[in-house]
Design a protein around this ligand. Structure first.
Ligand code: PRX
Length: 668
């Protein structure tokens, strides 16, 4: 495959040598007989879904959810790429996550075990959580929020985050969560784009034992005229002083605390918008990914049950993702509760107060299903297996991975040290590596733990009812043993319904690269068995610790600094975080290169513009940037420099001395 894809100079096909190593992987781990015998789904599910995909999803929708009005048509795909699932159906997401479990007699089952970073804990049963959500729904309505209004959510990982999301869903308001690690500026642009009426936030949270603030960012984000926000509800979490805007700001305890616990949920149309979640694309402006109700809940619930082999009466499930990302939406706020599961929610970092915190939590709550990201696993590997060995991890029976490719070494460590309780368990827990995206809404590729013989490093097979393929540049399916681009051939229930306020961008971004196929932006390979290996993004999106960031977004943050004339950003391979941000900047003629000072200042500037997660690890001041004759920056060459490789083919550069100039300046 050529390096440059026609029609897009930015898009790079996966590198050849990445394929070579993978072909050597021949370890297989079949499910134990006992696991397979008790598994909630069996191999028959694939054939059933293949025989009639819409019928399969219609069955899941009716089995897993309670509809206030049944749907009359499973899928309307008459106007692609705009899909309608479960047409005519009406459903309330919060009722499905809460009330119906209480009505079914499970009100005393624990919904959430919350563990705060300082060690405080709270437990919510399904009955209690239902009551809190009803109060929040009443409180938001009393602040003038009605169906279709947007609510921005800027909260830490505390139960109020889940309560807020479900309260919005209950009244048909559309939530737009902004990750607490994003800056005031990022929050402002998201609030403005969605024209939010209400913001729900907290005074702050705790990070590594110290209070960390959130409310000041909301105040900054609302410091300009012309915004649409009428009220701000503030959860008191860390007790720090906050500025108060009388009339606009309300303490959660006063509004939600005082509201009535009576609230009747009404059904909303299956295609009623549930939420917007902004994610990075290839341009500087994040996209508001829009999800709707019926299909999103169906696929979330089905995958959560099937991929984690969920037994809701006995399992304790813990997904470590923050509610600010899609994983925290689908697999913390929605699917586990829809499925009536008991889950753990943890506020803080893995190393607070010490590096064994997670494993103490697993032991304390007897976590049986753990879902986390490869970056965390690699960090634990670095810290050493003696740390988890201090805790009893024997309760773990399924391990999930998400967000980035998991290298076979990390996979094996996860299996043996965590899933095998440090070698004390005869049969280690199966690992399910789950590939999906903000846009897909729910898991798309993953093994089924009671069916699939798993393979270290591969996400393997599309889930039942999902049509994933790997194609070449012309959109033809590649044979086994070959790499190409990951696409989705058929609509799926949890698919994004569009980009908030920009239907053209939706078509252009995902549906124009290959005819009638969704283009995911990932490179992938099919091995000799036909199993899928994810090889990372082929566009200008980076993946830092499983967090999605765009090169263009960081470049525009850098050039907004008065000292910077031009900037180019690449994601360079990093042992722990998968990729790390490396920036090349040209300073303005009148800017003085103060060495470390300017680098530090620029790093802080990016942090202020986007958030600490986007801070470049390395900034290199260079005299020129490599560009093609049409003015496109050749990031591939910069990536070679950033990863310490010999620079590749530079013949298409407008000025072929540029790479030598860069090399000379870096030596200096
Ligand atoms: O490149 C893929 C990578 O994460 C991207 C999606 O990022 P985001 O929308 O933030 O959602 C992350 C959580 C679902 C994908 O395009 N990715 C996600 N899961 C995997 C993965 N790469 C390899 N293996 C995975 N299991």
């Amino acid at each position: 495959m050529s390096q440059q894809t026609p029609g897009s100079t930015a898009m790079q096909a996966p590198q050849g040598d990445a394929f070579e190593n993978l072909s050597q992987e021949n370890r297989r781990f079949a499910p134990s007989a006992e696991f397979a015998a008790n598994a909630v789904v069996t191999a028959g599910e694939y054939a059933e879904a293949d025989a009639d995909r819409p019928a399969f999803w219609a069955k899941q929708a009716r089995e897993l959810l309670s509809w206030s009005k049944d749907f009359t048509q499973t899928l309307d795909w008459s106007n692609p790429p705009f899909a309608k699932w479960f047409v005519g159906g009406e459903i309330n997401a919060a009722y499905n996550a809460l009330d119906r479990h209480v009505e079914a007699g499970h009100g005393d089952r624990v919904a959430i075990y919350f563990e705060g970073e300082p060690g405080d804990t709270r437990t919510y049963t399904y009955a209690q959580l239902t009551e809190e959500v009803k109060k929040a729904a009443n409180a938001f309505e009393s602040l003038g929020v009605t169906k279709g209004d947007r609510v921005a959510v800027y909260l830490p990982m505390i139960p109020e985050a889940v309560i807020t999301l479900l309260a919005c869903a209950r009244i048909g308001a559309i939530h737009s969560v902004v990750f607490g690690g994003f800056s005031a500026e990022a929050l402002r642009s998201r609030i403005d784009d969605a024209e939010a009426k209400l913001v729900v936030t907290a005074d702050g949270t705790y990070r590594r034992g110290k209070p960390s603030a959130l409310k000041p960012a909301v105040d900054d984000a609302l410091a300009h005229d012309g915004h649409t926000v009428q009220n701000v509800v503030v959860v008191k979490r860390n007790g720090q002083d906050v500025d108060w805007h009388e009339g606009r700001d309300h303490w959660w305890a006063d509004t939600v605390g005082a509201a009535s616990a009576e609230h009747t949920a009404v059904g909303h149309d299956a295609e009623h918008p549930l939420f917007i979640l902004y994610t990075s694309g290839t341009t500087g402006k994040p996209k508001g990914i829009l999800h709707t109700t019926g299909g999103y809940l169906t696929q979330g619930a089905y995958t959560h049950k099937a991929v984690f082999d969920l037994h809701p009466e006995t399992d304790v499930y813990w997904c470590t993702a923050d509610v600010g990302w899609i994983t925290g939406h689908s697999y913390v706020a929605y699917a586990p509760l829809i499925n009536g599961a008991t889950q753990v929610m943890y506020e803080g970092t893995p190393d607070s107060p010490h590096q064994g915190r997670w494993w103490e939590i697993v032991e304390k709550y007897k976590v049986s299903i753990l879902y986390t990201a490869p970056t965390a696993i690699r960090t634990f590997m670095k810290w050493g297996k003696e740390i988890p060995a201090k805790s009893d991890l024997s309760s773990i029976r399924v391990l999930g991975s998400v967000g980035e490719p998991i290298n076979p070494e990390a996979w094996m460590w996860y299996r043996e040290v965590i899933g095998g309780n440090g070698g004390r368990k005869q049969t280690p827990a199966p690992i399910v590596d789950t590939w999906w995206q903000t846009e897909t809404g729910a898991q798309m590729i993953a093994p089924l733990p009671g069916v699939t013989a798993t393979k270290p490093g591969s996400a393997q097979v599309p889930l039942p009812g999902i049509a994933v393929d790997v194609v070449d540049e012309l959109g033809e399916t590649v044979p086994n043993g070959h790499g190409g681009f990951l696409v989705i051939r058929e609509p799926w229930p949890a698919m994004l319904r569009g980009i908030w306020g920009d239907p053209e961008r939706f078509k252009e971004t995902y549906w124009s690269r290959f005819e009638s196929m969704y283009f995911a932006g990932d490179g992938a390979k099919k091995d000799e068995d036909g199993d899928i290996w994810l090889l990372g993004r082929v566009d200008d999106v980076m993946n830092i610790s499983g967090h999605r960031l765009s090169t263009a977004e960081i470049e525009s943050a850098l050039v907004s600094h008065p000292a910077v004339a031009e900037a180019a950003v690449v994601g360079a391979a990093d042992e722990t975080t998968g990729q790390a941000v490396v920036a090349f900047v040209i300073l303005r003629g009148d800017a003085v290169d103060t060495g470390d000072d300017i680098v530090q200042e620029l790093r802080n500037h990016v942090s202020k513009e986007i958030g600490p997660i986007a801070k470049p690890k390395t900034i290199l001041v260079v005299p020129e940037l490599p560009k093609t004759r049409s003015g496109k920056i050749m990031r591939r060459l910069l990536k070679d420099v950033a990863e310490g490789r010999e620079v590749g083919d530079a013949t298409t550069l407008a000025d072929n001395t540029v790479m030598a100039q860069i090399a000379r300046s870096l030596k200096k």
